[in-house]
Ligand binder design. Structure first.
Ligand code: ADP
Ligand code: MG
Ligand code: MG
Length: 221
């Protein structure tokens, strides 16, 4: 029997899964600094379910959009917690934004448009403001850098250029996640023990940087 080639969403999310599995303990420790310590476990549960759902969808012939919608729903259901619902919305809304677009036809602009829409939905659901020391403090710099890069990119360059834009945005997210160490939490569980979190990066911002970094590397292969 032939081994099926992974679809593009399966490929990208599998890379994220491996990265999150490597960092499960570290994400848990970060979350335990001022909250309940379950962020690593929540992320690995969520991403495993998301990969399985994307794989099923792509093997059934679904495109990128449908596979991401399925992955987002599965992530939210399996991960639980504040971040589970928020990551679920991000995945599903990137999928909604890519409706009708084939993987090879994802231009920088199409990708930036989809991410803009997903971040709007994320912000509406979570209600966090920039500087509240949440995932948003890595997500918004990522979104803005992707948008700026896409605006300067060759609109016709297609998915290779889109991957390069994503990689630059992912580097921005890594720096932004590290910089959350200087912020004081105003949202989520950590807000109650805000002083304890001083000097430590936000767990959700850290996991977001890991995810987009792993996807950037997967897109180059
Ligand atoms: P829980 O807090 O339910 O245990 P997790 O530990 O998985 O969930 O996730 C915690 C992370 O979720 C935080 O580090 C933060 O980045 C993110 N988060 C929590 N609440 C919000 C919110 N309202 N908006 C944006 N991000 C949030
Ligand atoms: Mg937690
Ligand atoms: Mg929890």
């Amino acid at each position: 029997a032939e081994v099926p080639v992974a679809g593009p969403v399966d490929h990208a999310l599998t890379a994220a899964m491996l990265r999150l599995e490597e960092n499960e303990g570290e994400l848990g420790r970060l979350d335990a600094v001022a909250a309940d310590g379950d962020h690593g476990l929540g992320m690995t549960r969520g991403i495993r379910a998301a990969v399985a759902a994307a794989r099923d969808a792509e093997q059934a012939g679904d495109g990128v959009s449908q596979a991401l919608l399925a992955a987002g729903t599965a992530f939210a259901d399996a991960a639980g917690g504040a971040s589970g619902a928020l990551y679920g919305v991000l995945l599903a809304e990137v999928g909604a934004g890519l409706r009708g677009v084939e993987a090879e036809d994802i231009t920088p602009t199409a990708l930036a448009d989809a991410v803009d829409g997903a971040v709007r939905a994320f912000a509406d659901l979570g209600g966090a403001r920039p500087g509240d020391k949440t995932m948003l403090d890595a997500i918004e710099p990522f979104r803005a850098r992707l948008r700026a890069r896409a605006n300067g990119a060759d609109a016709l360059a297609g998915h290779v250029e889109a991957a390069a834009c994503w990689a630059e945005a992912a580097e921005r997210a890594v720096r932004a996640a590290r910089a959350t160490a200087h912020l004081t939490p105003a949202r989520g569980r950590a807000a109650r023990l805000a002083d304890r979190s001083k000097g430590h990066p936000d767990p959700g911002a850290t996991s977001f940087a890991l995810v987009v970094g792993a996807v950037a590397e997967a897109a180059q292969r």
